[in-house]
Design a protein around this ligand. Sequence first.
Ligand code: HEM
Length: 190
Amino acid sequence: MHIPGYSFGSVAPAPLSLADFDRMKGAALFGEGDVAALRRSHEVLAPQTDAILDVWYGFVGSLPHLLASFSLEGRPDVAYLGAVRARFGQWILDTARAEYDQRWLDYQLEIGRRHHRVGKNRTDGAKASPIVELRYLFPLIVPVTHTLRPFLAADGASPEEVDARHAAWLKSVVLQVTLWAHPYVKEGDF
Ligand code: HEM
């Protein structure tokens, strides 16, 4: 399925190599077992992406300082929320697919730019707030991965298997959000 604005091929190259990303994976104890666990999560998550997004959007909508990122003059931009939601759904599937090539890495930097003022609002021509402040990016890892757990368990997998999927998701999201921080960081300090 093609999601408007979501395409690995059409973004600027990342100033990072796959070897750099491998070293980041090592720092997060992210290994082949995690790749396998993410891929096993694909089947159980794929039919549930809408329900997952309902939970995540419900969380963002419940906190005015987060909803502000999607709002213009205090009113949520419904078209913008909807367009981003479609890309977010594709991101769930791509995170579970766990295929890391240079195009994927380039796209992570693009997602970072889309949270930062250099790229926010541009994909959808939105007029919402100019930046998602960095101080909220990392904390959101907690609700995103915490609320995923019941969805990871929905196929009746054993608690050990659900733990493995959950740990892999947490590591992957930590690594991705770290990549997304790139545009926020002073040249030379990433
Ligand atoms: C764990 C942290 C986060 C995850 C996993 C996440 C995930 C995503 C994804 C997958 C997209 C779509 C990227 C694309 O265009 O392909 C997106 C966009 C967006 N996110 Fe986040 N996000 C996180 C933190 C936040 C926070 C804290 C906010 C503040 C409310 C936020 C607000 C937004 C906004 C406004 C967009 C649209 C950006 C644009 O104009 O293109 N995100 N996010």
